[in-house]
Ligand binder design. Sequence first.
Ligand code: C2E
Ligand code: MG
Ligand code: MG
Length: 660
Amino acid sequence: MATQESPLQRVLVIDDDKSLQETFRGILTPPKVDTASLDAITAALFDEPDATKAAAPAAGTFELDVASQGQEGLALVQKAVAEGRRYGMAFVDMRMPPGWDGVTTIEHLWKADPELEVVICTAFSDSSWSDIVKRLGQTHRLLLLRKPFDKAEVWQLASALSHKRQAEDAVRARQLELKAANARLEEEIVARGRAEDRLKHDALHDGLTDLPNRLLLSERLQRCMERSRRCPEYRYAVIFLDLDDFKLINDTLGHTVGDQVLVEVARRLQGCLRCLDTASRQDDQTPARLGGDEFVVLLDGLKLPEDARIVGDRIGKAVSEPLSVGGHEIVITTSLGIAHGTPEYGITDDILRDADAALYASKAAGKGRVGVFDDAIRKQVMDRLRLGIDLRKAIKEHQFRLLFQPIVSLESGRIECFETLLRWDHPELGCISPLLFIPIAEETGAIHEVGRWVLRESCQQLRIWHEQFADRGDVSISVNVSARQLAWGDFAAVVEQALKESGLAGRHLNIELTESALMEHSKVVAGLLDRLRALGVKLHLDDFGTGYSSLSYLHQLPFDAIKIDRAFVKDMKLDGKHANTIQAIQHMAHNRGMQVIAEGIETIEQLVVLQTLNCDSGQGFFMSHPVGATAVRSMLGRSDGIRWAEEAQRAKAEAQAAVA
Ligand code: C2E
Ligand code: MG
Ligand code: MG
């Protein structure tokens, strides 16, 4: 029953007098008897007037423990504290021979439970209140009860004091709760503040490198532009950089390594800016990542214009230091473009565009360079813009024409195929190389229309030659196709249409693709190539050896021929490195049933070496420059191929005789 009560309703009596113990028990834990008889007993015992009957206790209000000695009482208090069921109050007798007296007992009790409410029970002959207080040193939590007791007084003391303690404990518990809630609240406020800061930071920084992103860069650049308009002597510059052949790292070593390289580049960039000397005096240099492998550095407050190039050179040098990532030793270079701020720049994109143009120009001049935007680059940009616009009307105005270069069998000299090479006769600028206008056509999207035209014209042209030269029905035509053409719309349908319109069989059409085109659109490529092959079309891998040169493509993709880039043929000697490479490529290609075509054969010596290496076919100025349709007609009518072959045979015999 007592366990149902609050522990603070627990009362402890420490008294050596057994009869008094029983008295306390009777008052505080009365048995469930009729109260009238209890009243009668206690009235007789304490000579209590009838009026106090109202204060009679209800059974089960207190849980009472009794001890006869101070030490015993102390043990109970210690146990209660340990169990978390502390006494609400204690009645302590003053005299308890032979053990501790009441005061000593109370001293011990308070050590065990400092908040314990104590009533000291004394007879008039015992120590006085002032003596007790003097010994205990406090009046707080201490009351005096003179014997003989008043039954109601005992009950009221027990009740009032234990309720007081209960209330105090409740207040204390509530205070603790409030304090904890307060602490939680403070923590939440701090955490929310941190989360807000994080959000703000994330919105303005790149997730991978933690460098400022385009948004933050634009904000700072905007400030520089405004300042430049206000004070003419103020200087700033933008350095645009990207990593040369970064795609190669991603594609060969994986994106995790690629990401680590970017993080390291960002670190080096920051390092370069941190250790800038006072000569450069940048107030606020912002290195930012725009995305991919593109970084921008904003130099705010340049002392001299030349300082931008000094910083650019330093960055170039720092980035090109070898780096070790994921067990790979990597050397990467960066190309940089600088644009100096002028008050004329209106929006941030303008100066970024110019720095990018300077970067483009420096890349075109060779990798790992620093270029500064100037009038020449501005003119190049304008020219490109103009060509982009002019390209749109070039087809309609019949400014394109096709040249054809024969690809011959190196053994027999017989023409096997013609490669279609596009020319643009610009009304003012004259004949423009595809190397110049194809990238522009790709950028502007004009490549799709141009590419369709080339395909249609090529197929029709070959169909005409087949009709004109019945014995040349095995000759095929090779058409160059660029990366953007593959990715846009349904390229296989465009090819199918061209074949259908011309009536040419698919097996007479070769599509030349470069490795970079395959890399850029690796997702669409596999399915597309299968569809082209289903049309009977053959696939030739162009410029092999210049790009990523990953032989893994040759295993994965269904090529019919590999065209070895002319860079290999150019410096080739029979016993040299290139010859070995060509032989290795050829060995692998033949094993997979692929034909090998050498590009750029310019001399009889090159032709002989390639013949000796058992290369299947070749093309180059030695046999023929790219020519127009009329020249092709006379070529097909003659047996030019036999001439090259005979010449080559003669040269070979002479070379062998010289060795002998
Ligand atoms: P490519 O497909 O590798 O074409 C071979 C290029 O090498 C041609 O340059 C050709 O004139 C040149 N060439 C051939 N034999 C020799 C030689 O013995 N020595 C030297 N130095 N060069 C030789 P061209 O006509 O200027 O074309 C350049 C590139 O433009 C082509 O390289 C091809 O990638 C692209 N291209 C040409 N026509 C088209 C086209 O219709 N569509 C697309 N997408 N690209 C085209
Ligand atoms: Mg080609
Ligand atoms: Mg080529």
